[in-house]
Design a protein around this ligand. Structure first.
Ligand code: PEP
Ligand code: MG
Length: 596
């Protein structure tokens, strides 16, 4: 029996969370099987045994039909690796440990089919936990997904996989991984909400890149929102409206039209330069997760790709991409973005970015653990493959290499030693590469800030990753809705850190860009230009509004402002002062960016 039974939802029920991707979505709720489930154990009588086994077998059969149906309707271009996952799920459905294990529990222990399946799943978990190989150990997630499908079919609930959705849908999930989110088909899914998460979680960032209205941190949405009810998401204010009345529906339809009209207006700026009134030129670039995102980035006015998050090439597949696959992806993006450059960041896995097929062991504190450049330096073979692919692609356009989560010179030197090795290898093989390729460091840890002047002497550029930098400086998990209120980009500690990085870079004469989400919010633009940051890279959606702000600002007055801001003692006072400044110099721009 499900404890979280569906409840009737009153008209215009409003749930408020954290708006992370603007826009209005109007659609029908689909409760995802990525939700957390709450069930209690139940037993049956001896007379009910055969009926219970029959229901279990029916649920298995239905699950099989659903999976076959998903497999058949998979787009032709779907990679073999993705289809392989569906095949694996079909095999799990026939696994004797699942099928016979559950039947034995029903027959011998008189457990309901539901309880028997969950007990069997616990047994699977115990076996998988013992497995040494991390890839195999991670396969428990496939068993979970299959068991969840069977459980839902047992209770007659709607079963949903993101790939199953056929109509425009608003997905409600406990959590969505970046890998789930990147699979979302925009023609079917018009928005999503989750119980957990915050503004700079990778899922939220991806929602903005994909222009999917989204609200996170709703805490209890999966327990109280019923499937199939109509709903509205306002991704700016962070609201989910269930069962909207006609009046509410009209109001939001108008808001949606206004939002779209406003966005079209902003797009008129796409061919103009992002120069301040006093001639300080900023290069506005896009952060992308795949070469296919380049077209949208260009359409929104990006002059280059300032961050290619290459880990997304590793998602939703069973083994890492080969050198050739990576080479083709890097070459494609470099060719598409010409004459501008693309900054390719080497693999940044770990934390909330888990990749099947990579040996990312379970850790108590994953964001402080074996992630990003630490992982690449440990897994040298994988790192070499990636560097080789990047270098080979470097003759097809303008490519820069960026190393994530560096904490000091020793790591930078180790990365450069790998790079030199791979360069020598290519020379021996007579394969061309760009010998002048620029090498940059992400500044996203407090340690990198403190040694910025040392790092600057041995690299060609900095890119400030404020998403992580704020997390690590303020000790606030960037994905945790409970501490989201402490995640303050304008905290005096952050302003001081940014200043220290820019001073370190300028003493060595290297440029500084920013690729964290702070670059995407016009409220912060005066601070960044005052610091001399002349390249902002962000999700493509926000490029026009930042350009609008920059074109009305002056660097000289922003510098005076920064001197005042640096004397203020709290983030709130700094924010109020900046808001006033923006209202005076770029009236209306903050309303056009309703996430703030
Ligand atoms: C950052 O940390 O600011 C950044 C740009 O990288 P990511 O969001 O991928 O961690
Ligand atoms: Mg980061």
């Amino acid at each position: 029996m499900m404890v979280s039974e569906k409840i009737d939802i009153e008209e215009d029920t409003i749930l408020v969370g954290i708006g992370v991707s603007p826009g209005i979505a109007i659609g029908t709720i689909y409760l995802s099987d990525r939700g957390r489930r709450c069930v209690i154990d139940s037993s049956i009588t001896l007379e009910e045994v055969e009926q219970e086994i029959a229901s279990f077998q029916q649920a298995l059969q239905l699950s099989r039909q659903q999976l076959l149906c998903v497999r058949e309707s998979a787009p032709k271009k779907m990679l073999k690796e993705h289809l392989f996952i569906l095949d694996a799920h079909l095999l799990i459905l026939e696994d004797p440990m699942l099928v016979e294990g559950a039947i034995t529990l029903i027959r011998k222990d008189l457990l309901s089919a539901h309880t028997a399946v969950r007990r069997t799943l616990d047994a699977f978990r115990a076996v998988f936990a013992e497995v040494e190989d991390a890839y195999l150990r991670d396969r428990i997630s496939d068993v979970d997904a299959v068991a969840d499908r069977v459980l839902r079919n047992l209770t007659g609930e709607t079963v949903l996989l993101l790939s199953d959705i056929v109509n425009k849908a608003i997905v409600v999930a406990h959590n969505l991984s970046p890998a789930d989110t990147m699979q979302m088909d925009r023609t079917k899914i018009c928005g999503f909400v989750t119980d957990v998460g915050s503004r700079t979680s990778h899922t939220a960032i991806l929602a903005r890149s994909l222009a999917i209205p989204a609200v996170v941190g709703l805490e209890t949405a999966t327990s109280i929102v019923p499937s199939s009810v109509s709903a509205i998401i306002d991704g700016s204010s962070g609201t989910l409206i269930l069962n909207p009345s006609e009046q509410m529906f009209r109001e939001y339809l108008q808001k949606k039209q206004r939002y779209e009209y406003h966005d079209r207006e902003l797009l008129q700026l796409s061919s103009l330069d992002a120069s301040t009134e006093d001639g300080f030129e900023v290069a506005l670039k896009a952060n992308v997760e795949s070469p296919e995102d380049t077209a949208l980035a260009q359409a929104r006015g990006a002059r280059g790709i300032g961050l290619f998050r290459t880990e997304y090439l590793y998602f939703n597949r069973s083994s890492p991409p080969t050198e050739e696959e990576q080479f083709l992806a890097y070459r494609r993006i470099a060719e598409k973005i010409k004459p501008y450059s693309v900054t390719i960041r080497t693999l940044d896995v770990g934390g909330d970015k888990l990749v099947a097929g990579l040996d990312l062991s379970d850790e108590a504190n994953p964001v402080l653990g074996m992630r990003a450049i630490r992982f690449s330096l440990q897994e040298g073979t994988l790192f070499r493959v990636q560097l080789r692919a990047i270098l080979r692609a470097s003759v097809f356009g303008k490519i820069r290499i960026l190393f994530p989560m560096v904490t000091g010179l020793a790591e930078l030197r180790a990365c450069k030693a790998f790079l030199r090795d791979v360069q020598r290898e290519l020379e021996q093989d007579n394969i061309a590469y760009d010998p002048q390729i620029s090498v940059g460091v992400m500044i996203e840890t407090p340690a990198a800030v403190l040694v910025a002047s040392l790092l600057a002497q041995e690299c060609d550029f900095f890119s400030i990753g404020t998403n992580d930098l704020i997390q690590y400086c303020l000790a606030v998990d960037r994905g945790n809705e409970h501490v989201a209120y402490l995640y303050e980009p304008l905290h005096p500690a952050i302003l001081r850190a940014l200043k220290m990085v820019c001073d370190g870079a300028s003493s060595a004469g290297i440029p500084v860009s920013m690729c964290g989400e702070m670059a995407a919010e016009p409220l912060y633009s005066p601070v960044l230009i005052a610091l001399g940051i002349d390249e902002f890279s962000m999700n493509a959606q926000d490029i026009p509004v930042v350009k609008k702000a920059l074109r009305q600002l002056s660097r000289a007055t922003s510098r005076d402002l920064l001197l005042r801001l640096l004397l203020l003692p709290t983030g709130q006072e700094i924010k109020s002062c900046l808001e006033e400044y923006l209202e005076e110099h770029c009236p209306g721009v903050l309303e056009s960016f309703p996430l703030l």
